[in-house]
Ligand binder design. Structure first.
Ligand SMILES: *Cc1c(COP(=O)(O)O)cnc(C)c1O
Length: 372
């Protein structure tokens, strides 16, 4: 699905001397690379504060902790997402309220959010799934009208831009009250282990978030709130600085591969290519097709036999996970259920070559055309 080895080869000559320097100075925690990366990511995203942390799941958890919510408060989120988005809500004793996604964009449906708002709703967590922004403008309007926070799950969307109807463009993660991202190796901006970051334009929230990520500490040995220990280390920050300079190029490579797939599949009635929303650019964290009239699981198995990796993101939606059974969720999400049976993600990374793309598309088409 990804080729991180070939990508590494291209930056190796910059990474190795930097690692050598960091290790020879034993600057592992809170080093100069962390501070520099924080500033560079702020510039890239166009956001006032970036608080690095240990991973994307922590980023989401710490963000929710910073809102000062009470047990039982409701947080609206899509069910069609990676489990981390929803898990942290339950972990903090909050109530996840799962809603449908728009089957075209795979992102949270603003109309479904509107219907789910109650007097207990405190926050909305849209996910920029597969690399395209959720429709933020209506969500922001609803959040303003109902006094809700918006926390963006930008783990898959870093680098994408959302277009407001006014013509204003903002990078995902810098639109809501808080944005969360992950630097897991296979993400669009990935490090060599775990990493994450939280972004906000709100000075008060930034102070709280920084405090929570550091044992609730306001100054050395003064712990004002219950927090946790969530840090990005100096080696990871060093790699991320190098890769942040490449990020727009990485995105362009992904978009080029996506165009190749699109051209190969767009005339096929059994394959629905990714919808490209006018309100967002697409950074193709995943290239995900929908299969219609052919069995998705059979295609998945067929590709495996041809040495073509493919993945189902995500086979079981959050509202059907055992971990949430005690919430007695009465939720019917037929669109989400259908997507879990239709979607298939094909190899997508920065190093895909024409020859590989031709092979993959040919095998997909062979299966689809022969199974009619
Ligand atoms: C990867 C991911 C996360 C979690 O990030 P980690 O760094 O693995 O904790 C959260 N949400 C989404 C949508 C993701 O893809």
């Amino acid at each position: 699905m990804v080729d991180l080895v070939s990508q590494y080869e291209k930056i190796k000559s910059t990474v190795l001397p930097l690692f050598e320097e960091i290790m020879s100075k034993a600057q592992f925690i809170n080093g100069p690379e962390v501070a520099a990366f924080q500033n560079e990511l702020q510039d890239y995203l166009g956001v006032k504060h970036v608080i690095p942390c240990a991973n994307g799941t922590d980023a989401l958890q710490i963000s929710l902790m910073a809102l000062g919510l009470k047990p039982g408060d409701e947080v609206i989120t899509p069910s069609f997402t990676y489990i981390a988005t929803t898990e942290v809500i339950a972990l903090l004793g909050l109530t996840p309220v799962f809603v449908e996604v728009d089957p075209n964009t795979f992102c949270i449906d603003p109309e479904a959010v509107k219907r789910a708002i109650t007097s207990k709703t405190k926050a909305i967590v849209p996910v920029h799934l597969y690399g395209q922004s959720a429709d933020m403008e209506p969500l922001i309007k609803m959040a303003k009208a109902n006094n809700l926070f918006i926390i963006e799950d930008n783990a898959q969307g870093i680098g994408a831009e959302y277009n407001f109807s006014s013509g204003r463009r903002l990078k995902t993660g810098a639109i809501g009250d808080i944005g969360c991202t992950s630097f897991f190796p296979s993400k669009n901006l990935g490090c060599f282990g775990d990493g994450g970051a939280i972004c906000t334009n709100n000075d008060d929230l930034a102070i709280k978030i920084r405090m929570i990520a550091n044992h609730g500490q306001s100054k050395k040995y003064h712990h004002d709130v219950v927090g946790c220990n969530s840090r990005l280390d100096n080696l990871q920050a060093g790699v991320l600085r190098i890769k942040l300079r490449e990020l727009d190029g990485y995105i362009a490579s992904r978009q080029k591969a996506a165009s190749f797939y699109d051209a190969a599949f767009k005339e096929n009635e059994n394959i629905e290519i990714p919808f490209q929303s006018e309100s967002s650019s697409h950074v193709f964290h995943q290239y995900t097709i929908k299969l219609k009239g052919v069995n998705r699981d059979d295609l998945h198995d067929f590709l495996k036999g041809k040495d073509v990796p493919s993945m189902i993101y995500y086979p079981i939606p959050a509202h059907k996970q055992k971990m949430f059974t005690h919430f007695n969720l009465v939720c019917e999400l037929p669109k989400t259920d259908q997507l879990t049976e239709q979607v298939l993600s094909l190899p997508m990374h920065t190093e895909l070559e024409q020859e590989q793309l031709s092979y993959i598309t040919q095998e997909v088409l062979n299966f689809v055309n022969n199974s009619k």
